[in-house]
Design a protein around this ligand. Structure first.
Ligand code: ADP
Ligand code: MG
Length: 247
């Protein structure tokens, strides 16, 4: 049996009377790259909020490598190998690209391996290696404030990878980017998928097509369907949901 990086069972998240997630079931293999799509309000961001411990399930549970994350605080969840990139870049604008990466690496070097888990030495990322992954070698000594939006997104992906997470959660990485930058981010994510498990939430269908092998469609807090991009795009239920026709 292939080991699961993530298993979500009967997950419901209620805000007062409203169920942002409604009896959701989801499972993902180690090393998989999964794209999650769905109309606005489908529950995509809440889904990530539950995995990272920002929001607690009302019922149901989340298992990471077989271990329940229920009641685990956010920083503990991060320390056992789940990293998240938010929609807006959160880089230090007055530091250079290199300094931003250095900061994260040094912050994590001492803490993670000794206290929480063993990260093989080869896995502890070097700044040079990260700069190469994100394609910013030539901009290493430039302050982040002077990067384009797309370059900032790439830097933040680098800062995420610097923490050596096993599972990367990435919320709408190409919103507002040029076509060229969108493609850059796509290649970076495909590269990272060779050595990480990755969940990407995205609206941009061309981008989804570029990177996706398996797509999960969320609708009203539940999984509507799963499959290849072609399968989900031709699924009448998905077409209905995206055209906003109610039944
Ligand atoms: P998506 O990311 O798919 O657009 P969200 O997960 O952000 O959807 O939101 C799903 C639904 O839950 C939305 O209707 C949203 O208004 C609602 N929601 C999200 N967070 C909260 C909250 N903290 N309190 C109340 N309602 C919320
Ligand atoms: Mg969202």
């Amino acid at each position: 049996m292939v080991e699961k990086i993530l298993e979500i069972q009967n997950l419901t998240v209620s805000f007062d009377d409203f169920k942002a997630l409604n009896n959701l079931n989801f499972s993902m293999d180690i090393g998989e790259l999964r794209v999650i799509i769905g109309p606005n309000g489908a529950g995509k961001t809440t889904f990530l909020d539950v995995i990272t411990g920002k929001v607690q399930p009302t019922t149901g549970k989340v298992l990471f490598k077989g271990k329940s994350l229920t009641k685990m605080p956010e920083n503990k969840i991060a320390s056992i190998g789940i990293g998240r990139k938010f929609q807006t870049p959160r880089v230090y604008l007055n530091l250079t690209v290199r300094e931003n990466l250095d900061l994260i690496i040094n912050r994590h070097k001492g803490i993670i391996p000794t206290l929480f888990r063993k990260v093989p030495v080869a896995e502890v990322r070097s700044v040079a290696g990260l700069l190469e992954i994100i394609g910013l070698i030539g901009k290493a000594n430039i302050k982040a404030a002077f990067l384009s939006h797309g370059e900032k997104q790439r830097l933040e992906i680098g800062m995420l990878v610097a923490q050596s997470p096993d599972l990367l959660l990435i919320d709408e990485p190409v919103a507002g980017l040029t076509d060229e930058e969108t493609e850059n981010i796509g290649s970076i994510l495909l590269n990272l998928a060779a050595s990480h498990s990755v969940i990407v939430i995205e609206h941009d269908m061309e981008f989804v097509r570029q990177i996706a092998k398996k797509v999960t469609v969320l609708h009203q807090g539940s999984v509507l369907c799963e499959g290849t991009m072609d399968e989900v795009q031709n699924d009448p239920r998905v077409i209905e949901v995206y055209l906003g026709i109610s039944d």
